[in-house]
Design a protein around this ligand. Structure first.
Ligand code: SAM
Length: 244
C-alpha cells in the first residue's frame, strides 16, 4: 500500500486513519481524564505544567491549543495569559471538545472553542504567540502538514510546542514495553470498556518519530532554534520551535 499511513502497527489508507482515530476518541472521551490519571499516575499533569512553564506565555499572550481534547493545556495557558490574553481550544473531535468545554465551564474558565483539523487551520497567518499540540501529533495523518500549519499561524517572536510520547531511555524500555502492552490495554478494558483503543495508544507511541527525527521535521517546517526536553526519561518529550 504505497500511500498507506500508520494506525498503530497497522498500515491503513491515508483517508482511513482520521476515521479510525475519530473512533478511538469518540469511544474514550467520557473516561479520557480518568484514564490519563490512572495510566500516568498523575504524571501527565506535571508534563503539561512543565510545557506551560517553559512556553514563556505571559499575560496578554495569544495561545492556540491544537488537538486540545478535554482542555488541560488550554486551562493552564488561560491562567498564564490572564484576562487580556486569548486562548483558543481546538480539536477535530466533537465528543472530546464537548467534554473539554463542559470541564472549562465547570472550572469557571470558559474559553473560545473551535472544532478543526490541525492539518488545515481556520486562522490567519502569524495570529498566535504560542501554538501547542499535546499528545495529538501522533494521531494526525499528515504530521508535516500540521507542523506547517503551526509554523504559519505562529507570530514572529512566538513559539510552537509539541508535547508527545517519545522514545524512552534504553534501560527502561523492557519495563515500559511490558507496562504498555500488558497493563494499559487491560486498564482500558476495565475502566473505559475499550481495550483496543489503549492498545492503539501503546502501538502509536512506538510508531511516532523519535526525539531527533521530530526535531528535524520541525526544522524542515521552518522553525528556528528547535530544541527538545526529555521528561520522565523520554517517556515524553517537549519540542519547542521558535519563529524569528
Ligand atoms: N491535548 C489533550 C491532552 O493533552 O490531554 C488531548 C490529547 S488526546 C490524546 C489526542 C487528541 O487529538 C484527541 O482529542 C483527538 O481528537 C485529537 N486529534 C486527532 N487528530 C486530530 C487532527 N487531525 N486535528 C486536530 N485534533 C486531532
Amino acid at each position: 500500500m504505497s500511500d498507506g499511513v500508520d494506525f498503530g502497527y497497522e498500515r491503513v489508507p491515508a483517508g482511513e486513519k482520521a476515521r479510525r482515530v475519530r473512533g478511538v476518541f469518540d469511544s474514550v472521551a467520557g473516561k479520557y481524564d480518568l484514564m490519563n490519571d490512572l495510566m500516568s499516575g498523575g504524571l501527565h499533569r506535571l508534563w503539561k505544567r512543565y510545557a506551560v512553564a517553559v512556553s514563556g506565555v505571559r499575560p496578554g499572550a495569544r495561545v492556540l491549543d491544537l488537538a486540545g481534547g478535554t482542555g488541560d493545556l488550554a486551562r493552564l495557558f488561560s491562567k498564564a495569559a490572564g484576562r487580556d490574553g486569548r486562548v483558543v481550544l481546538t480539536d477535530i473531535n466533537g465528543a472530546m471538545l464537548a467534554a473539554g468545554r463542559d470541564k472549562l465551564i465547570d472550572a469557571g474558565s470558559p474559553l473560545e472553542v473551535v472544532q478543526c483539523d490541525a492539518e488545515a487551520l481556520p486562522f490567519p497567518d502569524r495570529a498566535f504567540d504560542a501554538v501547542t499540540i499535546g499528545f495529538g501529533l501522533r494521531n494526525v495523518t499528515r504530521k508535516e502538514r500540521a507542523l506547517a500549519e503551526m509554523r504559519r499561524v505562529t507570530a514572529p517572536g512566538g513559539v510552537a510546542m509539541v508535547l508527545e510520547f517519545s522514545q524512552v531511555a534504553a534501560p527502561l524500555k523492557p519495563a515500559y514495553d511490558w507496562y504498555s502492552f500488558n497493563v494499559l490495554p487491560k486498564l482500558g478494558r476495565i475502566v473505559a470498556g475499550d481495550e483496543s483503543s489503549y492498545r492503539y495508544l501503546a502501538e502509536s507511541i512506538r510508531m511516532h518519530p523519535d526525539q531527533e527525527t521530530l526535531k528535524a521535521m520541525m526544522e524542515r517546517s521552518g522553525f528556528d532554534r528547535v530544541e527538545y526536553h526529555n521528561l520522565t526519561a523520554g517517556v515524553v518529550a517537549l519540542h519547542l520551535g521558535r519563529v524569528y
